[in-house]
Design a protein around this ligand. Sequence first.
Ligand code: ZN
Length: 239
Amino acid sequence: MTELLYQTDSYLQTFKATVSALDEANHAVLLDRTAFYPGGGGQPYDLGVLRFGGVEAPLVRPRKGPEGVWHVLAVESALPAVWSEVEGQLDWERRYQLMRTHTALHVLCGVVFRDYGAQVTGGDMEPLKGRMDFEFETLTKELVGVIEAAVNAEVVKAHPVRVQILPRETAFQIPDLIRTKINLLPPGIPEVRTVELVGLDLQADGGTHVHNTSEVGQVRVVDYKSKGKINKRLYIEMV
Ligand SMILES: [Zn+2]
C-alpha cells in the first residue's frame, strides 16, 4: 500500500518515493508513498509533476486503487523504472487553495449546525469555490447574509485545526462524529482520521486542511438553492 503523506502533513509540497509497480497500458506509476491527494470526500485530486532521471513528467491525475495510489503521467512522458526513486512536486497554488476552501466548508458546516442544528448531507469543491447540502428546512434568503457574517467571525477567531488518526472503536464513541454520519464509513477499516476545528467542528475526513482557520481568508456565501422542502444548498466563494 502507498503511504499517504498528506494525511499527516498537508503542507508537504515535495517528496521522494520509490516506484512499486507500473501500469504501462494506463501510463501510470504506483509509488510507495505520495503527497498527492487522489480525490475523494468532495475534494478534487492534486496536480503536479514527477521527476526522475532528468525527466519532468506532468501528473495527469493520481488515482486510488486497491494496491495504493497510481499516478497517471502525461502520455508523451517516459515512465520511470520499477524500484527507481522519483521526486514528486505538487501544484501548490491549487492545493493550498483547496485546503483553504475545504477548511472554509468545515467552518460553514460548524456554524450551521451550532446556530440552526442543520446537518450536512453532502458537499463538493473546486479551488476557491464550494457548495454544501444541508437538511435545513428553515433556510431563507435573509439567513444567507447572517450565515456569511457568522462564518467570517469564526474564521478570524483562529481556531486551530487538529488532525488525529484514531482506532475505529475510539472514533465510534465520539458523539459529534456519530452525528456526522460516521456510520457511512466502510466497515472493516481499522482507523478513522478525524479533522477538528477546535471548538467548532469535528468530522471523520480524509482530506487536506490548513492548520488554522485564520489561513482561510474572507469567505462569501454567494447563493443558496432549495433542493426540496428540507434539502438546501449553500454556495461559497473565496478571495
Ligand atoms: Zn474536511
